[in-house]
Design a protein around this ligand. Structure first.
Ligand SMILES: [Zn+2]
Length: 160
């Protein structure tokens, strides 16, 4: 089953398989109280209005701290390329995810800066990367989704 997120102002939607959201919660609790994260692969419509996330990719090299998560490229680019080739160009990098172990799903100034830098990278095939922030404590799980669009992070709402 897919969970649907929408932004009515932009007319954008994103679908995320429920098992991917469950996996993020599981990983977040394993690393709690440190942050953890990775990237998403998926399919994007030509005008980026519809994105379907198909895969969660966990980096093999990273720094995980209570107030920060940094992934190191290592073999991540090869894994993106492999999936791109295997799917004949249908599946590609669509964005980032990380946990906030304090429970708050609001993006930080550092998060916004990081997404601006990612959107400008030529090797990343999207100028509008997604960011999922999973606010998480032992009892609470509040994944929030954003898209870097028109130089800022625009929020989606969960379409339940
Ligand atoms: Zn953050």
């Amino acid at each position: 089953m897919n969970v649907k997120y929408i932004n009515n102002t932009l007319g954008f939607s994103v679908e995320i398989p429920a098992e991917i959201l469950d996996k993020i919660r599981q990983l977040g609790l394993e690393f709690h109280p440190r942050e953890f994260g990775g990237i998403f692969l998926g399919k994007t419509s030509p005008n980026c209005s519809k994105i379907t996330i198909t895969e969660l990719v966990i980096p093999t090299e990273y720094e995980s701290k209570p107030n920060g998560f940094t992934r190191h490229p290592h073999n991540l680019n090869d894994r993106i390329k492999d999936e791109y080739n295997r799917s004949e160009g249908e599946i590609n990098y669509v964005g980032e995810w990380h946990t906030h172990p304090n429970g708050k799903s609001q993006f930080s100034k550092k998060d916004l800066k990081a997404m601006a830098a990612i959107s400008a990278l030529t090797e990343v095939k999207t100028a509008t990367p997604l960011l999922l922030i999973a606010g998480l404590t032992k009892n609470l799980y509040d994944p929030a989704l954003y898209i870097y669009y028109q130089s800022t992070l625009q929020a989606y709402t969960n379409d339940r």
